[in-house]
Write a protein that binds this ligand. Structure first.
Ligand code: NAI
Length: 469
């Protein structure tokens, strides 16, 4: 039986990053992964392929609608979906090949197959790998990083042809005429944007009164209006009650909050109503790893230790936002703590990004949350429209909003709807990590002309002294 110090079940961003950090710290490390490639949902069928398609569809949209403004005449623009998908596949392949290189470089052993915890004692955990061959390994520590899987709606059969999950929505062979999306969350908005730009009529059915309910309410309105302007249709406070796939597309029944029904017919129905933690075949019950009533592995929030001493869990399978970077930080923390270092995750600064265009990005709290917690705050806002760089780019939609503590001026939350919002957000995350005040941001050099000047102006506006409004 092979012996390891540190075995990770699941080779997604949480798992492989944790494995690399553990190897750097001198542990003998194994990763068990049932997919043929490392990278998990994110690299294989999530974040990365969807970003490849977002980028392709943005370019298509720009060529169709924006190039002429720059004096570039390209005639009629056509989309070659096959080529676009091939590019996406090669982007993913380059990254998964890169992961294989990193794993080898760090002398990590990869087992291909499903990992099931069999036994656990104070000294070691026994894990069975069921793959092409079956083998059992022993490890001092076991890290559960098994991620999540899409939630299915009871009674709605997903055939991955007409009624699909995001796995198929990133691999369609042609541009559908129409697509109804159940769920106005991150996947619905991103993949809805991709196909909308390519010409699909997209309708998003969301049971809540708005998109992205954890984002600041006013910024949510800015984001929603921008997306509606692009042609995305929303049915808020509606639920899909029935969907039947047939020769003439999918017949969908939706119901509003008063019980009123209407029918929609759509070529494709995408179900993106969230994800469930994935603990199938994990063997949690064999050793007494507790799973809560939401299906998440229970952990001590400071150490991420499960109810069994040598077993830890990270990422989507435990409480918290299902985000790759949250899983990565947790993976690093667990490895560092087990090596006697002081690993730490600051959950107050988890960044959120929705890769629509303009991008929607935020960190920290919104106004509603601050009011609920009785925290007094000041607000600073600035639009992208007057910013020189945004004007030169022809990308004036959106704004940045900063919320700072009324008494101490500490930054409590930053929300961005705007071009390159995902990259601009990094400044806000660092500011919050360092406990910066809005005055700190306002007095920091921001190169001219850059989009980041909108952040500086928003910070100045907290004190009502923005210079360009
Ligand atoms: P989500 O949790 O972001 O959104 C699901 C939405 O569906 C919610 O707004 C919810 O109110 C709505 N909903 C649920 N049941 C419904 C029903 N029966 N009818 C109508 N609406 C309903 O989940 P999503 O978009 O599926 O994404 C899954 C996970 O993947 C999320 O946790 C997300 O954080 C992560 N992800 C992150 C990305 C990013 O960071 N850019 C990109 C894609 C996914």
């Amino acid at each position: 039986m092979q012996q390891f110090d540190y075995t990770v079940i699941g080779g997604g961003p949480g798992g492989y990053v944790s494995a690399i950090r553990a190897a750097q710290l001198g542990f003998k490390v194994a990763v068990i992964e049932k997919r043929p490639t490392l990278g998990g949902t994110c690299v294989n069928v999530g974040c990365i392929p969807s970003k490849a398609l977002l980028d392709s569809s943005e370019k298509y949209h720009a060529a169709s609608h924006e190039f002429a403004d720059h004096g570039i005449n390209v005639g009629s623009v056509k989309i070659d979906v096959k080529k676009m998908m091939e590019r996406k596949v090669s982007v993913v392949k380059e990254l998964t090949d890169g992961l294989d290189f990193l794993i080898k470089k760090n002398k990590i052993t990869v087992f291909r197959g499903t990992g099931t915890i069999q036994k656990a004692s104070q000294e070691k955990v026994e894990i069975k790998v069921s793959g092409e061959k079956e083998e059992t390994l022993e490890s001092k520590y076991c890290i559960i990083a098994t991620g999540s899987a899409p939630i299915a709606i009871p009674g709605m059969e997903i055939d991955e042809k007409q009624i699909i999950t995001s796995d198929t929505a990133i691999a369609l062979e042609k541009v559908p005429e129409s697509m109804t999306i159940i769920g106005g969350g991150v996947i619905g908005l991103e993949l809805g944007s991709v196909w909308n730009r390519l010409g699909t009529k997209v309708t998003i059915v969301e049971m809540l009164p708005d998109i992205l309910m954890t984002l600041d309410g006013q910024m949510r309105s800015v984001a929603r209006r921008t997306l509606q302007k692009q042609g995305l249709d929303f049915l808020f406070e509606h639920k899909v009650t029935e969907a039947k796939a047939g020769k003439k597309g999918v017949d969908i029944k939706v119901q509003d909050k008063n019980g009123e029904e209407k029918k929609i017919n759509s070529e494709i129905l995408l179900v993106s109503v969230g994800r469930n933690p994935y603990t199938d075949s994990l063997g949690a019950e064999n050793v007494g790893v507790k799973i809560n009533d939401r299906g998440r592995v229970e952990v001590d929030p400071h150490t991420l230790q499960t109810s069994v001493p040598n077993i830890y869990a990270i990422g989507d399978v435990i409480e918290g936002p299902m985000l790759a970077h949250k899983a990565e930080e947790e993976g690093v923390m667990v490895a560092e703590n087990l090596a006697g270092k002081s690993g730490h995750v600051n959950y107050d600064t988890v960044p959120w990004v929705v890769y629509t265009w303009p991008e929607i990005a935020w960190v920290g709290k919104g106004e509603e949350q601050l009011k609920k917690e009785g925290i007094e705050y000041r607000t600073g806002k600035f639009l992208f429209r007057p910013n020189g760089r945004a004007k030169a780019m022809g990308q004036g939609d959106g704004q940045i909003k900063i919320l700072a503590d009324k008494r101490t001026d500490t930054v409590l939350g930053v929300a961005i709807v705007g071009p390159n919002g995902s990259e601009l957000l990094a400044e806000a995350v660092i500011a919050m990590e360092f406990g910066a005040s809005s005055e700190d941001i306002a007095r920091t050099f921001h190169a001219h002309p850059t989009l980041s000047e909108v952040m500086k102006e928003a910070a100045l506006d907290v004190d009502k002294r923005s210079l360009h409004s």
